[in-house]
Design a protein around this ligand. Sequence first.
Ligand SMILES: [Zn+2]
Length: 171
Amino acid sequence: MSSPYGGRVGNVFGDGDLYMSNGGTKVFVEVLMLAVSASASREWEFRFAALIAAQDQAVFGRGAVGFDLEDLDRGDTSAEHARNKDFVLDTVDLALGRRRWDELGYDPPFARDYLRRFRRLVEGFDPSTAVPRSRGFPATEDVVAVSCARHRVLSPLSYYKACVFCGRDQE
Ligand SMILES: [Zn+2]
């Protein structure tokens, strides 16, 4: 399958260094949404939560999601870069600590491996050498700081009024 973004095929996260199957992507998105629902409090953090929510294949198509680390608008200053990077790493660590995994209803066998690999990508990513694109990173006006009342998970995309667990219930 080719994509308009050149090298991106399937569900690829972070410059093609982390490829996940459709099932793996679903797990990755679910454990990150459970974590980020607890960690997000600033505007940029809700935008990151919205980026993760936008990886919901039930809504946006199986095999059609993914993002590159260059897509993240990291902020204008190196202090903001550092703060936002720390936030992403802290959120991944929360997920690695099995935040609310008891609510998944299944045992996610590959989640820790995906999370560790994603963490390494984020940790090693150097924004000073990356070409900033911010393509696909949700804009402030497209993001709302609300949660799904039923699942207590952020539903941060203003144009999509459900969380990633709402769609799952209909499968
Ligand atoms: Zn929900």
